[in-house]
Design a protein around this ligand. Structure first.
Ligand SMILES: Nc1nc2c(ncn2[C@@H]2O[C@H](COP(=O)(O)OP(=O)(O)OP(=O)(O)O)[C@@H](O)[C@H]2O)c(=O)[nH]1
Length: 351
């Protein structure tokens, strides 16, 4: 994946990251002229505050892209913007009020809701305390309009976040089983490959396919076939570690990503999966089995080659009679795993 498409997919997948980035860019462009104007008028404190805020926001955008800590950075930005805005009102009087609306809306885009609400409350109190209003009606008009902006921002951001979560789930989760889908795999697998290669840690990838699923559908009907897929996912997730990832590639084919796992560990884990499927019937007169192909991440691998090897091993398992785990290359295989012969053998680790 190219750098620009990686950046784009991060922006698309993380709403708060995109808001922090947009806010940072707009604040930089919007405030820079005022630093110059205030400096030219010798309003050194106001110019310094604006410049300081620009630096903090620019630094925080760089930090959030490096670390992904969007909640921390968004929270710091909201606090800084609210404080600077309140202090500017104390220094500039009426001119400081105009920035209040921007700060109120930005707080909800940057920080968790409770913190945004707290920042808004502190900012509005400071504005009423420090601001210069001609009379009580002017102060009441300011407060009402500011509260309306706050309310609109809170509702709008809340709705956007909910829709974003729903869209993300629709785009990345298989609606039948709830497992992450092929699209999610295409995002997570390249990241996992890069992560493990950089740290020279072993990683295993398995392709798992239900055996004779067509027969199950033909004999028991599609509805039961669907339930078998749901049950299969529950069984697999029940025996694997929390950090292992299961994806539905399509139909009755799944991919398992086993981070920080040696060949021996992968073999043991996938035998557990195979046995968990075989052990209990999935319904009256309905036994299912799986064929599994495993490949270990090698130094020269990219994710398509790793996936292709695991797929090749899965087809080998099918060719050899199904209901078994095969490793790729076959030299990693210690004995045929079919049926009851399930003791994992020590296997050589690979890159
Ligand atoms: N119920 C149900 N069936 C599905 C779904 N997706 C794919 N299938 C069915 O899965 C079956 C797959 O058949 P095949 O590709 O021949 O594979 P198989 O019968 O499992 O045979 P082997 O893989 O060689 O063991 C087809 O009948 C598809 O219609 C689904 O979401 N629900």
């Amino acid at each position: 994946m190219s750098t620009s498409s990686t950046l784009y997919s991060r922006l698309r997948g993380d709403l708060r990251l995109s808001m922090i980035t947009l806010f940072g860019a707009l604040t930089f462009v919007g405030i820079a002229p005022f630093v110059a104007i205030r400096a030219s008028r010798a309003e050194w404190l106001a110019a310094g505050l604006d410049a300081g805020m620009m630096l903090i926001i620019a630094g925080s955008v760089a930090y959030v892209w490096r670390t992904g800590r969007t909640e921390l950075v968004g929270s710091i930005n909201a606090v800084v913007v609210s404080l600077v805005c309140a202090v500017l009102t104390g220094l500039l009087g009426e001119a400081g009020h105009f920035w209040t609306y921007t700060a109120l809306a930005a707080n909800f885009m940057l920080a968790p809701r409770w913190l945004a609400a707290a920042c808004c409350a502190v900012l509005l109190s400071a504005q009423l305390w420090l601001g210069s209003f001609s009379d009580l009606v002017a102060a009441a008009a300011f407060l009402t309009s500011a509260l309306l902006v706050t309310l609109f921002a809170a509702v709008f951001v809340g709705l956007s976040e909910r829709q974003h979560r729903q869209l993300l789930a629709m785009a990345t989760l298989d609606p039948l089983t709830g497992a992450p889908n092929r699209r999610a795999l295409e995002v997570e697998l390249p990241e996992a490959v890069q992560h493990h290669r950089q740290r020279a840690e072993p990683m295993a990838l398995a392709v798992l396919d239900l055996d004779h699923f067509k027969r199950i559908n033909d004999r028991h009907g599609h509805e039961i076939g669907d339930r078998v897929l749901v049950d299969l996912v529950a069984r697999i997730q029940g025996v694997l570690r929390k950090r292992d990832r299961l994806f539905r590639l399509g139909g009755e084919e799944f991919v398992l990503l086993l981070p920080a796992t040696s060949a021996g560990g992968a073999r043991a884990a996938l035998e557990k999966v195979r046995r968990a499927v075989e052990a209990q019937p999935m319904g009256p007169d309905l036994r299912a089995t799986v064929s599994v192909g495993v490949a270990m991440l090698a130094a020269e691998d990219d994710w398509p080659s790793l996936l292709a090897r695991a797929d090749e091993a899965m087809y080998e398992a099918k060719r050899r009679g199904r209901n078994q785990v095969r490793m790729y290359p076959p030299s990693l295989l210690a004995g045929d795993r079919r049926g009851g012969n399930t003791d994992p053998q020590p296997l050589p680790a690979t890159g």
